[in-house]
Design a protein around this ligand. Structure first.
Ligand SMILES: CC(C)(COP(=O)(O)OP(=O)(O)OC[C@H]1O[C@@H](n2cnc3c(N)ncnc32)[C@H](O)[C@@H]1OP(=O)(O)O)[C@@H](O)C(=O)NCCC(=O)NCCS
Length: 255
């Protein structure tokens, strides 16, 4: 596809700054909302002040934007699956003495819980290794880890999420957490993991069951390559309701 790369001053940009990723990459990152004018995008990607990294999502390979984007150098980072648990799903039975405790931290109290922020950040860094950033060979592991760490820690500075459910072992160490977004229609599992040495002991189940609220659906996005998460969500009554492709563009990697 031939595209004009001349950028007119009057054109509205089709990509938007992504401050969160820019801080983690230490380089300018932008997100792309679709549909968009492909000529404007092409001009933005080849401009002198072009970003280092751009990301977007399409429904799948049949999405009309998919081919022009791949011709411009966008690559599939990961296939994402959205799961949903109905609002009227039955309440789970309580587990007797699981060997850890779960507590809820609300956004109002988050600033007073700063001591645990670093611990959860480290858990996120060490365990959330199926993310789209980890799957992208052009994103260094240290950056992928930094993204997940900042994501979890942003809860404690009021930048991300409304609720945090933390599982702590008897020695007080955090062994898992569930960071949650709350919308009028849904509660969303935004970030969830269990420490590797505490898996299959019901930690993730407990921090998810603790978030359920009668009358509200629960949602989560996962990756098609994450078989453990797929089995986990289905075991809790979640069903897959949609898929999308997450696309990444890196400066210098264009087609
Ligand atoms: C997915 C994850 C959160 C599950 O945590 P966990 O604390 O081990 O899960 P639980 O012990 O609560 O498991 C509850 C049920 O889910 C299912 N399940 C969990 N992990 C599973 C696995 N690896 N394989 C198959 N089923 C699994 C089982 O039915 C399990 O019940 P059972 O152990 O009695 O059979 C954990 O593997 C993890 O942290 N992975 C890395 C981070 C990640 O992928 N997060 C999700 C991103 S979307």
């Amino acid at each position: 596809m031939t595209m004009s790369t001349a950028r007119k001053e009057t054109e509205t940009p089709v990509t938007a700054p992504d401050a969160f990723l820019t801080a983690a990459f230490h380089a300018p990152c932008r997100s792309l909302a679709l549909p968009c004018d492909m000529n404007t995008l092409s001009a933005e990607l080849s401009a002198a002040d072009a970003p280092a990294f751009v990301w977007t999502k399409v429904a799948g390979p049949d999405d009309p934007a998919f081919t022009p984007l791949t011709e411009m150098g966008f690559r599939v980072a990961v296939e994402e699956i959205t799961y949903e648990r109905p609002a009227d799903a039955p309440a789970p039975a309580a587990t007797a003495d699981p060997g850890f405790t779960v507590r809820k931290i609300t956004q109002d109290a988050a600033a007073r819980e700063a001591a645990i922020a670093e611990e959860l950040g480290d858990l996120a860094c060490d365990n959330l290794t199926t993310s789209r950033f980890h799957q992208d060979p052009l994103v260094p592991d240290a950056v992928a880890c930094e993204i997940k760490k900042r994501w979890a820690m942003n809860f404690f500075t009021g930048k991300r999420g409304q609720e945090m459910y933390v599982a702590c072992a008897a020695d007080g160490n955090a062994v898992g957490f569930n960071q949650v977004l709350v919308t009028p229609e849904y509660k969303v599992i935004d970030l969830i993991c269990t420490a590797a040495n505490y898996r299959r002991r019901g930690v993730a189940r407990a921090v998810v069951e603790a978030m359920f609220e009668p009358g509200l659906k629960t949602r989560v996005g996962s990756q098609a390559n994450n078989a453990a998460a797929d089995a986990f969500y289905k075991s809790l009554g979640f069903d897959p309701v949609g898929t999308s492709l997450c696309l990444h563009w890196h400066a210098g990697d264009g087609a």
